[in-house]
Design a protein around this ligand. Structure first.
Ligand code: CDP
Ligand code: MG
Length: 833
């Protein structure tokens, strides 16, 4: 333990020296999920360049004059034919009818809550009303309105839309700011940004100086960042009595927010949607010539309601699709399904039936239905890309002259995002495969048909076992209604739910807020870096406070990894971690990778862990895919296999064979490309923090030493560790908290019969029935000893138990020598750096 402490003091000293060289930290925002983290530069949200020597009153005059110019420009635009048409459109939106009510309420109250159906014009109109009314005021008042969005894609697309409604280019009076990207100018008075950007702004500017209105959009989603922001804003309001706060929600659960803000006024916007015809699975099956009937069966547990499928008299299209549907239903194990209870929901597996049924329905719509776009709600990105591949091979659906097939999810490139809003050519049907992002935050104008698979990827968190789970789970009734509503925006529509009505009846009313179902580590770090006091006290003031146990777990974790000290104070390491928009464990890897000059592979690993697994395992080619992944494995590590796969892609890409390479090796091209760009992003971030020399241009010269990288992985993933217990033919895994644990079958280590290392560190454990580990790397005793935990906190209980195995190690003179050597090497490395 003495040795451990010494090593730790090296790290501590190293980091504090580094931090002394920088007085202030760059303004970086991060948020719950890695894909939506954000970074901004130190400048303010609104630019107000002040000419040298200009007095405050002169500046005010300049701003007012500009504001009046903008107003005149706007009036002229509204007189133009295009402008008139746009204004007419805006006036047709339900929100427009409430314009005066809204503006009066904003002027009379500090907080108001607006609720109205998706598409009624909240996001695009309400910020504009405020902007216009401020500009129309006699003196050309200068306002600064911030409107937060939960996702990058909505901040960008909405700002673009609002600018075009005003006949302006983006960056004039309307701008946006998201991680690493933004567009705003000196006249920008309305800024759309991600919630993370605003949170980060609060870090350097606690009072939001100069901001006149804060609009928090999509609060009904109850994202962690939004819930967090509301606590901070609630504290801020008394300090800034002139600041206006407007909360916008797509559903009618506004009461909760109203009472949180002491009975704030609620302004409902009456919505209008065309009727949408709803089809549940039984109705869809009827279209295909099947009838789904419940029947009663006596089993061991008494009477159970079961389902029976029977063929009806063949209908017109039946012969073509009957076998497809039949196969799908068999795969879905249809008879196992017991309706009416919550537990039964897990037996019903739409993934099995989904793809074939979706294909069938899409064909049916294309061949028989009136024009109109189709929106398909899928579970997640992986589903979307495999379905897209499948559909692209279809003679009708894959024909670009007949169908415009698009995907819509949070992590796609901005150029790709814009395609979703474009109208297709005449005679071409637009089909958009989307995640729940299209539920409320993105409005695709011409949707008439909606297909809803009923599930969404949702993180949940089991505080008792301290285990996060990321599983497709059933959506709530409110979500299902939202999805349905998307079909009735322009004309009467149709919605196909790919599950029986009784499954819908068992859905929860609302989804649990994110703060109650995700691990809170990043949030706790954020609270500390914003200097908001005691973590548990702060969180107890949330709209709905997380379980005490969950908070405790997060704080303990942060202490174990050395981000917080005994008194919950932010350590130097913790401060560095708050600058990196990734989970703490990945941040630790980046930091150590930089210190030990092995950043090239570490960047790949960290990027790989922040995106969806690039190794694909298609349902029907599971074995082939797993074998392909195993080819990249040489050293009992999924992480190092990823590094090799990525490097192979770089080589192949040089010969323009990247796509073929991915296809051959069951790799997702999109994931690999995202990894490629994230690597660059993280690299420049490390430069910003000062951990990497700002002049470094290439990271290729760095070490690829496998042992070193293994150590860095261990440093990051600790305390995610389990021991390898060998028996005669194979091995089993034991973890301290969960007892026996298992590897996912696509882990390279799952294909080994023996692992010549005593430990596995893992990235993630997921509870399904048993606890499964995803992505693991085998490590030796010495690596665990040197890099496990923060080293400094060796004394904590759990760690001591973990170290029990090492007592033996210290007794053995040869091993002790080896350890000495290792340590010397480590010292040298640190000294050299
Ligand atoms: O925020 P809310 O869901 O209430 O609606 P919105 O996003 O303000 O959209 C209002 C209307 O503007 C939609 O119904 C669309 O018709 C239109 N819109 C559009 O055409 N293009 C966009 N990028 C966004 C909105
Ligand atoms: Mg909206």
């Amino acid at each position: 333990l003495g040795l451990l402490r010494r090593v730790d003091s090296y790290f501590g000293e190293y980091l504090s020296q580094k931090s002394k060289t920088r007085e202030s930290y760059p303004d970086i925002s991060f948020s719950r999920s890695n894909s939506s983290c954000s970074i901004a530069t130190d400048e303010g949200l609104f630019e107000q360049p002040e000419p040298l020597g200009a007095s405050k009153s002169v500046m005010e005059k300049i701003h007012q004059r500009r504001s009046l110019q903008l107003r005149d420009q706007q009036r002229a635009w509204q007189e133009s034919p295009e402008g008139r048409k746009m204004l007419e459109f805006r006036r047709s939106l339900p929100a427009y009818k409430e314009k005066n009510t809204l503006l009066t309420a904003v002027s009379q109250n500090q907080v108001i809550i607006v609720s109205g159906e998706t598409g009624c014009g909240k996001t695009t109109q309400i910020p504009q009303f405020i902007l216009e009314s401020e500009m129309e005021s006699v003196h050309g008042a200068v306002c600064s309105i911030i409107c937060t969005q939960p996702r990058r894609i909505s901040a960008m697309s909405v700002s673009e839309r609002v600018a075009s409604e005003r006949g302006e280019k983006l960056g004039e009076s309307v701008g946006y700011k998201v991680r690493l990207e933004g567009m705003k100018g000196r006249d920008t008075h309305l800024l759309f940004c991600t919630t993370g950007i605003l949170l980060r702004r609060l870090l350097i500017d606690r009072n939001l100086k100069g901001v006149t209105h804060v609009i928090v959009d999509e609060i009904h989603e109850r994202g962690m960042n939004e819930d967090f922001l509301l606590i901070v804003l609630k504290d801020l309001l008394p300090r800034r009595p002139e600041l206006r706060l407007i909360l916008m929600s797509a559903t009618l659960d506004a009461e909760l927010f109203s009472s949180y803000f002491g009975g704030a006024q609620i302004i409902p916007i009456p919505g209008f949607t065309y009727p949408v015809r709803t089809h549940f699975l039984e109705n869809i099956l009827e279209m295909t010539g099947y009838k789904l009937t419940p029947y009663n069966q006596i089993d061991d547990y008494g009477q159970e309601k079961m389902w029976k499928m029977s063929k009806q008299a063949p209908r017109k299209r039946k012969s073509q699709i009957a076998s497809v549907v039949e196969d799908a239903l068999r795969a879905a194990d249809f008879k196992e399904y017991r309706p009416q209870t919550r537990e039964s929901l897990s037996c019903w597996n739409p993934e099995c039936i989904g793809f074939n049924l979706i294909e069938y329905l899409l064909c049916y719509i294309c061949e028989n239905e009136k024009p109109g776009a189709v929106l398909v709600f899928m579970t997640g990105w992986d589903d979307i890309s495999s379905l897209k591949d499948k559909l692209q091979a279809h003679p009708l659906l894959g024909d670009p002259n007949q169908v415009l097939l698009l995907a819509c999810h949070g992590s796609m490139a901005s150029s790709e995002q814009r395609l979703i809003f474009d109208e297709p050519e005449d005679g071409v049907r637009k089909i958009v495969l989307a995640t729940n992002i299209a539920e409320t935050s993105i409005t695709i104008n011409d949707v008439v048909f909606v297909l809803d698979c009923g599930k969404a990827k949702e993180t949940s968190y089991d505080a008792l076992n301290n285990t996060p789970c990321l599983l497709p789970s059933w959506i709530s009734k409110v979500s299902a209604q939202q999805r349905r509503g998307r079909a009735g925006r322009v004309q009467p529509g149709e919605c196909y739910h790919l599950y029986p009505r009784c499954v819908y009846n068992a859905f929860a009313e609302y989804q649990l807020p994110e703060i109650l179902r995700t691990p809170l580590q990043s949030l706790c770090l954020q609270i500390k870096s914003l200097k908001l006091g005691s973590i548990s006290e702060f969180l107890s003031r949330a709209l709905q406070s997380p379980e005490l146990l969950a908070v405790r777990n997060a704080i303990d974790y942060l202490k174990i990894i050395g981000a917080l000290d005994e008194n919950e104070g932010l350590t130097v390491l913790g401060r560095y971690l708050t600058m990196l928009p990734v989970e703490p464990k990945l941040g630790k890897m980046l930091i150590l990778g930089a210190i030990f000059n092995c950043l090239d592979p570490v960047l790949t690993i960290v990027s790989g862990l922040s995106v969806r697994d690039p190794f694909l395992t298609p349902f029907d080619k599971k074995d082939l895919a797993e074998a392909a992944k195993y080819q990249f494995s040489r050293d009992y590590s999924d992480h190092l296999a990823l590094v090799r796969a990525y490097e192979g892609w770089i080589d192949a890409e040089r010969d323009l064979a990247g796509y073929e390479y991915c296809w051959r090796n069951f790799l997702s091209v999109q994931s690999i490309k995202v990894i490629d760009s994230l690597r660059k992003e993280f690299f420049s971030l490390l430069k910003d923090t000062g951990l990497v020399d700002g002049n470094t241009t290439s990271y290729n010269a760095w070490s690829h030493d496998e042992h070193l990288v293994r150590a860095v992985i261990c440093y990051g993933l600790y305390p995610g560790i389990c021991s390898v217990v060998h028996n005669e033919k194979s091995f089993s895994l034991k973890s301290m908290e969960d007892g026996q644990v298992f590897l996912y079958s696509n882990s390279v280590n799952a294909r080994e019969s023996k692992i010549p290392y005593p430990w596995l560190v893992f990235n993630e454990k997921i509870k399904v029935n048993s606890v499964f580990l995803r992505d693991s790397t085998a490590v030796s005793d010495s690596v665990l000893l040197l890099f496990g935990g923060t080293i400094s906190r060796g004394e904590t209980d759990g760690h001591l138990k973990m170290l029990g195995g090492f007592l033996e190690f210290f007794m053995n003179p040869t091993l002790a020598d080896m350890y000495q050597n290792l340590r010397r090497e480590l010292d040298e490395l640190i000294q050299k750096k």
